[in-house]
Design a protein around this ligand. Structure first.
Ligand code: CA
Length: 234
C-alpha cells in the first residue's frame, strides 16, 4: 500500500537526540529527513519541500534562528523549535519570528507527537485562504461560527464579550500554534505588550477559560505557557 506520508525535516546536531526523534516520528508513520547543520538543512529544505520542520536552535555552523528566518522569508511551512534552552526569551523570540511552537528537551514522545499533529493541522486550515472551511471551526466539542460570532461547547452557546470572542477567534485561526502575549495583544488591541496590557489579556483569558470550563492540571482547550503565551490545543 502506498501511503502519502508527511515529510518532516529534522534538524538536530546531536546524534542521540536526532535518532530518538526520528524513531518516534517514523514509528508514528512520518517520513523524516535528517540534517545536522544549518547549511545541510537549507539544501534539504529546497530539494524535499517538507510538510513540517523540527528545528534545534543550537547548531554547529549557525544559530537555528537564521534557518527560521530563511524559511519564513517565503514559506509558511510549520516549524517546531526543539530547544535545550529554558530561557523564556529565546522561545518568545523564536515564536515572534514565525515558529509555530516549541518543545523543550528533554520531552516525552507523546508530547512531541501531539505538537506535530497540531502544527500539521494548523497548516491545513491556513491553506484555505486563511479562513476555515464554511465559516466554521470545530475542535472536539468546541464549535465556532465566525459569521454569527458565536461559540458553542457540546452544542451549548458560551456567552463571551466582544474582546473575549476576538481572542478565541484569533487562537482558533492559529489552532495548535503557541501565540505569544505580544502577538495576541498586537492583534486584539494594537500596540505593544506592556505590563498593563498583559494584565488585561490575562484577565480576559481567565474569564474565557472559566466560561469554557477549563480546569487547572487537566487537558483543556486553552493551554497557558507561563511567561510565554497561549495555545488552543488539538
Ligand atoms: Ca544542538
Amino acid at each position: 500500500m502506498i501511503q502519502n506520508k508527511y515529510k518532516i525535516l529534522l534538524i538536530e546536531d546531536e546524534n542521540n537526540i536526532r535518532n530518538l526523534v526520528a524513531t518516534v516520528l517514523e514509528t508514528a508513520g512520518y517520513q523524516t529527513i535528517p540534517a545536522d547543520s544549518c547549511s545541510m538543512a537549507k539544501t534539504l529544505f529546497v530539494s524535499h519541500i517538507p510538510d513540517l520542520i523540527i528545528l534545534d536552535l543550537g547548531l554547529p555552523d549557525s544559530d537555528g534562528m537564521n534557518f527560521l528566518d530563511y524559511v519564513r522569508k517565503d514559506s509558511l511551512t510549520p516549524i517546531i523549535v526543539l530547544s535545550a534552552r529554558t530561557n523564556e526569551s529565546d522561545k518568545i523570540i523564536a515564536l515572534d519570528r514565525g515558529a509555530n511552537d516549541y518543545i523543550t528537551k528533554p520531552f516525552a514522545s507523546g508530547e512531541l507527537l501531539a505538537r506535530v499533529r497540531a502544527a500539521l493541522r494548523n497548516n491545513r486550515f491556513c491553506s484555505t485562504e486563511g479562513r476555515l472551511p464554511n465559516g466554521k471551526f470545530t475542535l472536539k466539542e468546541l464549535e465556532i461560527d465566525y459569521n454569527a460570532r458565536q461559540v458553542f461547547i457540546r452544542g451549548e452557546e458560551i456567552h463571551l464579550t466582544q474582546t473575549e470572542y476576538n481572542i478565541v477567534s484569533l487562537l482558533s485561526e492559529n489552532c495548535g500554534k503557541m501565540m505569544t502575549y505580544s502577538a495576541i495583544i498586537k492583534a486584539i488591541w494594537g500596540g505593544y505588550a506592556q505590563e498593563g496590557s498583559v494584565k488585561k489579556l490575562q484577565v480576559n483569558m481567565a474569564n474565557i477559560r472559566k466560561k469554557f470550563g477549563d480546569k487547572p492540571g487537566e487537558a483543556n482547550y486553552i493551554a497557558n505557557e507561563l511567561g510565554v503565551g497561549y495555545r488552543l490545543n488539538e
